[in-house]
Write a protein that binds this ligand. Structure first.
Ligand code: BMA
Length: 315
């Protein structure tokens, strides 16, 4: 099977749009996803009519239809935290096994640039902000759900010397980070040549951590944000063991090509239905709406297991 055949767009796409919102909004996109109280919970990025973003929860029993959206913003940028002055963006949710709590990594936008921040919640009603993790310019971050040799792992995407590779870092306490290293570099000349960034949080499988990432190529009419797959070693997540040569998903439908930023498919969350083995990928389309694509986990893993072992292209 070709990679591009793995994902199927949901026929009801877009599943959520600004017109569905209970209060005025410009766009709803790039949602984090998890299961909470036996329901699919999306933490949607909502861009207001000043161009600043906040988060609002939408819930659905089947993860596809009948979304119930909080009637007002669930999480606004904090007025006390100056790093959040220009809004909060692109959340990722991970259930931290040892804390029995959800870690939400997100981007705070400040005068100093985008910076990775962390908050913890147990109930999606009260949120404990733990502050910024690493200096700007940094985006596309998620924790792993468990520690490695006593340390938490963080995947993120700093921009250094104009280069935008995916990095991994470690911390004993979620506060102090070190051992930074490039995990998935951009690939010169290919579809993911200009930028790469983590999509949804890493998914633990018997074969390794499944990584769904976005790759960006600049074209004469703007950027194209497409999706690739990779696999990390289960106990040594610094080790990239597989990487797809081709993209497996990318802008095709009109709702992915027409919007505030055309040509963008940008996933930040997945839910795997344990009964059906269906992976639901929630993504922002054209920075305007929220869409859904599904894939069979067995086929996805079969595909990624057959991908090449990557050569080190970072140098
Ligand atoms: C990235 C992020 C995303 C956005 C994408 C396309 O840098 O800012 O929030 O969806 O660009 O505009």
């Amino acid at each position: 099977m070709r990679g591009i055949e793995l994902f199927h767009r949901y026929e009801g796409n877009p599943i959520l749009r600004a017109d569905d919102w209970p209060y005025p909004a410009n766009a709803v996109f790039n949602p984090a996803a998890t299961v909470f109280d036996d329901e699919t919970l999306l933490l949607a990025r909502v861009e207001d009519l000043q161009g600043f973003s906040h988060f609002t929860i939408a819930r659905s029993k089947d993860g596809k239809t009948n979304w119930r959206i909080d009637t007002k913003p669930t999480l606004k940028p904090s007025e006390e935290i100056k790093e959040e002055k220009w809004g909060i963006e692109d959340p990722r949710i991970v259930l931290l096994e040892e804390h029995h709590a959800y870690a939400i990594t997100y981007i705070s936008f400040s005068r100093g640039g985008p910076v990775v921040s962390l908050m913890i919640t147990e109930d999606f009603q009260t949120f404990n902000r733990l502050g910024t993790l690493l200096p700007p310019e940094d985006k596309d971050a998620s924790l792993f759900p468990r520690r490695f040799n006593g340390r938490f792992g963080l995947i993120h995407r700093p921009i250094i010397r104009g280069e935008a590779h995916i990095w991994i870092s470690f911390s004993p306490d979620l506060k102090h980070w070190g051992d930074h290293q490039i995990l998935i570099p951009v690939r010169h000349g290919q579809w993911d040549c200009h930028r790469v960034g983590l999509g949804p949080p890493p998914i633990e499988t018997p074969d390794g951590w499944l990584i769904i990432y976005h790759g960006v190529r600049h074209t004469a009419s703007g950027c194209l944000y497409r999706i690739g797959l990779a696999l990390l070693d289960l106990e040594k997540p610094t080790k990239l063991i597989r990487r797809s040569e081709e993209w497996v998903f990318g802008p095709k439908e009109l709702y992915e090509h027409i919007g505030d930023v055309p040509g963008v498919t940008f996933p930040c969350g997945t839910v795997v239905d344990k009964k059906t083995n269906e992976l639901r990928l929630y993504y922002g389309a054209a920075d305007t709406t929220i869409c859904l694509a599904t894939a069979d986990m067995d086929k996805l893993m079969e595909y990624v297991r057959a991908c090449p072992i990557p050569a080190d292209e970072s140098g």
